[in-house]
Design a protein around this ligand. Structure first.
Ligand SMILES: Cc1cc2nc3c(=O)[nH]c(=O)nc-3n(C[C@H](O)[C@H](O)[C@H](O)COP(=O)(O)O)c2cc1C
Length: 336
């Protein structure tokens, strides 16, 4: 989050999306911070709404463990409603800036929200008017049934890391149907898929780059195991690398990521499953790589900033050697 204005100052056309967790922040400070960033960037920011997935992260915020997966989304639902109400707590035209009359704002257009819910109690109003966008762009990446429903209800844009066209299509169809069920136009929810090509001057060079990046030497194996363990909250070091994964692994972390990993790798050993996972990890890292001058660069500038208290490893050694640049619009943030 603190990088947003710094990055925005160096660019003119890019938007920046920061990740913040509804499990660790309070709605008031989040609404205030995002509104400040929206003013500073003249309306070029968004919020990647996440619920977090790591008990280790939760222990940085006075909890022993995260609440159950679906309940985290219940809390997030209420959280987002409160944040939106705070952004709306100053009506348009509330700021009058009448120095002669000594009046900054018309108080009849600034309203407390008096929210009392299951998870949050917030009086409001926000202590500042919302920024140029009113509501900054809301980004999400829910993959589980509860996560998809949440994304379809609130998100302007959704990122997904699915890897086959039929799965991408089914996901988009589902999100659009859920958005309709929430009374939204499905066209208001833009679904984007993460693609990270490995580039080279020739095909041979690109293949060599890919081999270097995903060749899975011992360090890369360890780093990939660390990443999949952190994302899923399951310690993959306990499993035999040269055997199939056992049945029945469950998590209170990112369920859809674990389910997808297990389903896609039936019939493969864990070692055989890792290269594909490393490529997905590298996608995240690719989003962190800036263009040569760190400015608006053909989709490669790093627009990632994460503030959700993660203890997750930042990047794989594999990822640091790839030359890939993700050609994506405003990027959702990295590990948390
Ligand atoms: C690009 C991207 C960045 C993400 N960043 C975070 C993050 O920083 N913190 C987090 O808790 N989840 C993050 N996620 C995970 C999603 O918010 C979501 O929890 C995950 O896709 C699994 O969905 P599920 O919880 O519905 O199973 C990210 C996902 C993507 C695709």
């Amino acid at each position: 989050m603190p990088f947003l204005p710094v990055l925005a100052r160096e660019t003119r056309h890019m938007g920046f999306i920061a990740t913040m967790s509804t499990s660790f922040y309070a709605p008031f400070i989040l609404a205030r911070t995002m509104a400040t960033m929206d003013h500073l960037t003249r309306g070029r920011v968004g919020w990647n709404v996440v619920t977090s997935s790591e008990d280790l992260a939760a222990r940085n915020y006075g909890m022993d463990a995260l609440p159950p997966h679906d309940e985290r989304y219940d809390r997030a639902d209420e959280f987002v409603e409160v944040v939106k109400a705070l952004w709306d707590s100053w009506e348009p035209g509330a700021v009058v800036m009448d120095a002669g009359a000594g009046r900054y704002a018309d108080h009849t257009k600034v309203h407390p929200i008096h929210h009392v819910g299951k998870y949050h109690r917030v009086r409001g109003p926000l202590n500042m008017p919302a920024g140029p966008q009113g509501h900054p762009v809301l980004c999400q990446a829910g993959g589980s049934p509860r996560g998809r429903d949440f994304a379809a209800k609130h998100a302007d844009t959704i990122l997904s890391a699915l890897v086959s066209v039929p799965k991408m299509k089914a996901y988009r169809d589902d999100v659009r149907a859920l958005a309709t069920a929430h009374g939204r136009s499905p066209d208001d929810v833009k679904v984007m898929y993460i693609v990270s090509p490995v580039l080279g001057e020739t095909e041979a060079e690109a293949r060599e780059q890919a081999r270097l990046a995903f060749g899975m030497d011992r360090l890369q194996v360890e780093a990939t195991l660390a990443i999949i363990s952190a994302v899923t909250e399951v310690d993959f070091l306990q499993f035999d690398l040269d055997a199939e994964l056992p049945e029945g692994i469950t998590t209170n972390g990112h369920q859809s990521i674990l389910d997808d990993f297990v389903r896609r790798n039936r019939g493969r050993t864990l070692r055989e499953a890792l290269p594909e996972r490393a490529r997905l990890g590298a996608r995240r890292h690719a989003r962190r790589r800036a263009g040569p001058d760190g400015r608006d660069d053909a989709g490669g500038a790093a627009a990632t900033a994460s503030s959700s208290g993660s203890s997750r490893p930042a990047a794989t050694p594999a990822a640091t050697s790839t030359r890939s640049r993700a050609g994506s619009p405003p990027h959702c943030a990295g590990a948390a």
